[in-house]
Design a protein around this ligand. Structure first.
Ligand code: HEC
Length: 128
């Protein structure tokens, strides 16, 4: 008898669903970085730059390289002029940088080279 018009119910549902989607995407972006830890003695087994990027960097810098803003600042690697200097990227990966962990003990030289090359040639980066 007193049911609201159907159109209002549909609009309310769409609004609720939209709101839920937005908040869960934000939670993901904020919490993904905190979930990243490397156990002592762990060695990554991935070989290709893409697989290494997805297993390591993507958790903080995001799969599209655009970085994240949450509890911390995770700089974009996409279109980032700092990524042009290969040694700079290598040093960051080997030794870490503030909130970024060092990967030097968990990757061999080939893996470091692969993931650095991948970062410098994807996400709009075109560095030789
Ligand atoms: C646990 C999160 C985390 C992971 C995992 C991570 N980074 Fe970072 N990275 C950061 C943070 C935070 C910074 C900014 C540090 C600062 O405050 O200067 C950063 C900075 C950088 C920078 C310097 C950017 C600039 O503009 O100076 C590069 C390059 C970089 N990361 C590459 C990588 C690569 C490649 C990987 C994967 C091998 C990786 N990062 C994995 C968190 C992370």
């Amino acid at each position: 008898m007193d049911r609201p018009p159907l159109i209002l119910s549909v609009m309310l549902m769409a609004w609720l669903m939209g709101a839920a989607t937005v908040s869960s995407a934000q939670d993901l972006a904020q919490e993904a970085p905190h979930a990243f830890t490397i156990s002592p003695g762990y060695r990554f087994t991935e070989k290709s730059g893409e697989a290494l990027y997805n297993a390591t960097c993507a958790g903080c810098h995001m799969p599209d390289g655009k970085g994240a803003q949450g509890a911390g600042h995770y700089p974009a690697l996409a279109d980032n002029p700092a990524v042009e200097a290969a040694p700079y990227v290598i040093v960051n990966v080997l030794h870490g940088r503030k909130a970024m962990p060092p990967f030097g003990d968990a990757m061999d030289d080939d893996q470091v080279a692969a993931v650095v090359n991948y970062t410098r040639t994807h996400f709009g980066n075109r560095f030789a």
